[in-house]
Design a protein around this ligand. Structure first.
Ligand SMILES: O=C(O)[C@H](O)[C@@H](O)[C@H](O)[C@H](O)CO
Ligand SMILES: [Mg+2]
Length: 403
């Protein structure tokens, strides 16, 4: 088998997505997700200029060799653009291999470790009461786990909360970055009240998660982790920017609140200190940004040595291709924890037909050979790319802060 053709498809059904399609001389093709929110065209250029020309004529079944060819062979290793490009190739090649074998991807990985994949939903509200209503609605739909984010009095816009009630939350909501304001003091004083209210109304069994979105320092994160211990969170996510891995030592010394990290990581090396020191509990890198299945299963195996489980990033800014592949991975991986799920818009699902199903707060993997997600290129062509940027965040005095 040989790679006959490969090309990128950029489409914006509701939001921007980049897809890589690899076509073989035997008629089988595979697709991979190359979407890097707010930096989409950088990955397109990387693929078109540097990767696709080098793929033509290669044997698509040699996934491992192609991975190292693109990683070691580039000389310039790691980084979100490089690893997203490699991730897209890798997902497309696993799709091809599974189709050629006539198997759903999870079978090729080693078969089912579980019957269904637990997900968590996003519940947001302009204040605590509005957020509790969202939780109520999701619990009624069958979710066992919810991420709660509520507006903070005195902060005009807040991460994860939709601009208008009933609307979806979309971080890349403007041509150039919108400017948000942040106050750590107001947030830290307010947020434990949210968890107290959730536990009071919904009891102890519901899994409750929260995303800090990299906004605290280690000592502030330690204070928050400690303050919310009585509400036993499933996890506290991205409580600090993680470039300073050593900072987690301090957080860990102070709190038993479980920690999730890694949606902006792209390499096993980003995790090494965190895992080896047992400073975290969940890994978050999505397959599309972490060099695909070939690399992320190594990260998951390393994590497993330290009792760390997966909790893959699953926002709407990863396409159904990444989500579909993740559901196969989640069905197989022994140390699965949870899968994030933000439902895609109907137009997105129309462009990306798929066989995964959602039922009672869980995903059910499909049985179609491959990863089970396709792209309707004629439908995709109806939605041209529009530049969209993630916001920036400033403290009340104007200092640029972490977003
Ligand atoms: O936990 C999450 O789902 C994330 O933090 C997202 O909301 C990101 O901000 C977004 O994916 C950036 O592109
Ligand atoms: Mg997050």
């Amino acid at each position: 088998m040989k790679i006959r053709d490969a090309y990128t498809i950029v489409t914006s059904p509701g939001r921007n997505f980049v897809t890589l399609k690899i076509v073989t001389d035997e008629g089988i093709y595979g697709i991979g997700d190359a979407t890097l929110n707010g930096r989409e065209m950088a990955v397109v250029a990387y693929l078109e200029e540097h990767v696709i020309p080098a793929l033509i004529g290669r044997d698509p079944q040699r996934i491992e060799d192609i991975w190292h060819y693109l990683y070691r062979g580039a000389y310039w290793r790691r980084g979100p653009v490089t690893m997203s490009a490699i991730g897209a190739v890798d997902l497309a090649l696993w799709d091809i291999k599974a189709k050629a074998a006539g198997m759903p991807l999870y079978q090729l990985l080693g078969g089912k470790s579980r019957e269904r994949v637990m997900t968590y939903a996003h519940c947001t509200g302009k204040d605590i009461d509005a957020c509790l209503e969202e939780v109520e609605a999701h619990v009624k739909q069958g979710y066992r786990a919810v991420r709660v984010q509520a507006g903070v009095p005195g902060i005009p816009t807040i991460y994860g909360v939709a601009k208008k009630e009933g609307e979806r939350y979309e971080p890349a909501d403007s041509d150039l970055p919108a400017e948000h304001v942040w106050s750590t003091e107001k947030y830290l004083n307010h947020v434990p009240k949210l968890f107290a209210a959730v536990r009071e109304r919904f009891g102890d069994d519901l899994h409750v998660l929260h995303d800090v979105h990299h906004r605290l320092t280690p000592i502030e994160a330690a204070r928050l982790g400690k303050a919310v211990e009585p509400y036993h969170l499933f996890w506290l996510e991205d409580c600090v920017p993680a470039e300073n891995q050593e900072g987690f030592r301090l957080i860990r010394q102070h709190t038993t609140t479980p920690l999730a990290v890694g949606e902006v990581f792209n390499s096993i090396h980003d995790y090494r200190e965190l895992l080896e020191n047992q400073w975290i509990d969940y890994i978050r890198t999505p397959l599309a940004h972490g060099g695909g299945i070939t690399h992320m299963r190594r990260v998951a195996d390393l994590a497993g040595l330290y009792h760390v489980r997966t909790g893959f990033h699953g926002p709407t800014d990863l396409s159904p291709v990444c989500l579909g592949a993740a559901i196969h991975f989640d069905t197989w991986v022994p140390n699965f924890g949870i899968q994030e799920y933000m439902p895609h818009e109907t137009v997105t699902d129309e462009v990306f037909p798929h066989d995964y199903r959602f039922e009672d707060g869980h995903f059910l993997v499909g049985e179609t050979p491959g990863h089970g997600v396709d792209i309707d290129e004629a439908a995709a062509a109806k939605y041209p790319y529009r530049r969209a940027s993630l916001p920036v965040n400033r403290l009340e005095d104007g200092t640029l802060w972490h977003w």
